[in-house]
Design a protein around this ligand. Structure first.
Ligand SMILES: [Zn+2]
Length: 299
């Protein structure tokens, strides 16, 4: 016969598992937090470490963040080298799984002229971390998160897969809507001049050309020569508008817009750092598609 203490322990364990205590998931990117909420539903509580409006490029975990990660069942990272501290973090966290959500999504490579000041200068030829601008990529990511959650909480597997499928269906609709809207932009205007080159996956999926403007989101990186070259490139492109970003340097862009007789469009959301009604993946895509269509579609 089992020892009463052991019986009591298993009784407690069964009660804990059946009580539906939610799984705590920590995220190192606002869009990974969004994904955990979409796929986890009522079975998870999400700790968004970067926070709404925060910049995942600049985030570095502090002791308080480490404690919240230690208390979580898993940590979701975007992956593709977005989080340069990830190996150190894995060593520190030991038993807590760190899931690089983007690692199985096919990469676009960073080209030399597409560097931005949030990328290390030796990033050329490495995977472009901004995979979250692909709607299909996000659909895949939802399945990755569903499987990761199911591994920690097998009883929830059917729920996670159902949530991922429902979310995926919504994203398919979003993709169709985005294609329809962006089709209003004439071929000659299908060019994105942006403050930071975060939009390679978006440009590939929606058939836009990216105009690389190095260092535009850091005023100190713009020498007068670089600025002159940028102005020349924008003039030659024939675009009607250029795109600032949330949290980026609109001052330099304003002077480029003035010098090239283009207009400054509504700021784009590059790193999932939209706030309020612009927070989250679907809202980010809607916002960006609307901003691009308004600025570049024929009047
Ligand atoms: Zn970025």
């Amino acid at each position: 016969m089992a020892h009463p203490l052991i019986t009591a322990f298993f009784g407690y364990l069964t009660a804990a598992l059946c009580s539906g205590a939610p799984l705590q998931v920590a995220a190192l990117h606002p869009l990974m937090a969004d994904l955990a909420r979409q796929v986890g539903g009522a079975r998870v509580t999400v700790v968004d470490l970067v926070g709404e409006g925060g910049n995942p490029h600049r985030f570095e975990p502090r002791p308080g963040d480490l404690q919240r990660m230690q208390a979580s069942a898993m940590v979701l990272a975007a992956g593709k080298n977005l989080e340069p501290y990830l190996n150190r973090l894995k060593d520190t966290l030991q038993a807590v799984s760190v899931i690089e959500v983007g690692s199985t999504i096919p990469s676009l490579m960073v080209t030399k002229d597409a560097l931005h000041s949030d990328h290390p200068p030796d990033a050329a030829g490495t995977p472009d971390p901004h995979w979250w601008h692909g709607v299909e990529n996000m659909r895949r990511a939802a399945r990755v998160v569903a499987m990761a959650l199911a591994a920690k909480d097998p009883a929830g597997k059917a729920d996670y897969l159902a949530n991922a499928a429902a979310y995926g269906a919504r994203l398919e609709q979003l993709q169709r809507w985005a294609r329809g809207e962006l089709a209003k932009v004439p071929r000659a205007q299908r060019k994105l001049v942006t403050a930071h080159n975060a939009f390679a996956y978006f440009a590939r999926d929606f058939d836009f050309e990216l105009i690389a403007v190095a260092g535009l989101n850091d005023e100190q990186n713009n020498t007068p020569q670089e600025l002159a070259q940028t102005i020349e490139t924008v003039k030659k492109s024939g675009v009607k508008a250029i795109f600032p970003e949330f949290n980026a340097n609109a001052k330099v862009l304003q002077s480029i817009a003035t010098a090239t007789a283009t207009s400054l469009a509504t700021p784009l959301i590059a790193d999932g750092n939209g706030t309020g009604s612009n927070a989250g993946f679907e809202a980010m895509i809607r916002h960006n598609v609307n901003a691009i269509t308004q600025a570049l579609a024929a009047p």
